[in-house]
Design a protein around this ligand. Structure first.
Ligand SMILES: C[S@@+](CC[C@H](N)C(=O)[O-])C[C@H]1O[C@@H](n2cnc3c(N)ncnc32)[C@H](O)[C@@H]1O
Length: 250
């Protein structure tokens, strides 16, 4: 994938090309998107709209820390949708990890989550956030146990995942209905990188074969069900639906 790679921490040409090779990235001076290695973290920017600011993954601080400390915990819709109850904490494969927010909410309540992300720049952002999260004295010890990243496409990789999880979680990108100026700044930067996941329908069948208990699909409330497969079972919030499908018992 071509993107403008920026070295702001003085990593040097060798380190920058090793980083590019590791993630399958190619430096492109003319790309409208930049991935900057700064002294603190890896940051994605939209070069033609600098006012939007950069995005990076931060599990230990910022909005995710606030959500961990003051958010809904077991009351979060995604937690209810995967079926957490009492001592039951399902193992989850998050097959469309993105910036890892939903996976982190699940990890915070005690679920083990294997995240799959195919976009190399998103995977690099996530890996950078995980490394800092793993090193954090407060969350590091349990985060290392509960949250892992696999850089792969779920369309092909779901068939090889062992051991099988109880739940597979899907949250593919869906075209936004709001005019782009209204979409949150951060979301605009992310959308510029990822775009709609037009092949997402192909994820439902392999996800249902892999999960031993259920598949949960997050959709905006105006979106049709994934792969046109309607289900009566869903957790509904303001703005979203978490559609629930049966998996394949062992
Ligand atoms: C809407 S975002 C997910 C947001 C995530 N739930 C969160 O809480 O941050 C969708 C992500 O799924 C990824 N994705 C889509 N199809 C995929 C596939 N077949 N395999 C792996 N990742 C995929 C996209 O690259 C994108 O980063």
């Amino acid at each position: 994938m071509k993107i403008c790679l920026v070295d702001e921490k003085g990593a040097g040409d060798g380190a920058l090309s090793a980083f590019a090779a590791r993630w399958g990235l190619e430096h492109d001076e003319d790309s409208p998107l930049a991935l900057a290695l700064t002294a603190r973290h890896l940051e994605l920017r939209k070069r033609d709209e600098p006012k939007l600011g950069g995005i990076f993954v931060d599990f230990a601080g910022g909005a995710m820390a606030h959500r961990r400390k003051f958010g809904g915990g077991r009351g979060e819709a995604v937690v209810k949708a995967v079926g957490v109850k009492g001592d039951y904490l399902p193992e989850v494969v998050d097959a469309t990890a993105g910036l890892g927010r939903d996976a982190f909410v699940l990890a915070c309540v005690g679920c083990r989550v294997r995240m799959l992300e195919r976009n190399p720049a998103v995977a690099a952002l996530l890996d950078d956030g995980l490394a800092r999260g793993y090193a954090d004295p407060e969350i590091g010890p349990w985060l290392r146990e509960r949250l892992q990243l696999i850089h792969a496409s779920s369309l092909t990789a779901l068939g090889d995942i062992t051991p099988r999880p109880q739940v597979v979680y899907l949250d593919p990108m869906f075209p936004h209905r709001q005019k782009s100026a209204l979409v949150k700044k951060e979301m605009r930067v992310f959308q510029a990188l990822v775009g709609p996941d037009t092949d997402a329908d192909g994820l439902l069948a392999p996800a249902r074969r892999l999960a031993t208990k259920r598949v949960v699909v997050k959709r905006p409330d105006y979106a049709p069900p994934l792969a046109g497969e309607a289900t009566a079972n869903a957790v509904v919030t303001k703005g979203h639906r978490f559609d629930i499908y049966a998996g394949t018992p062992e």
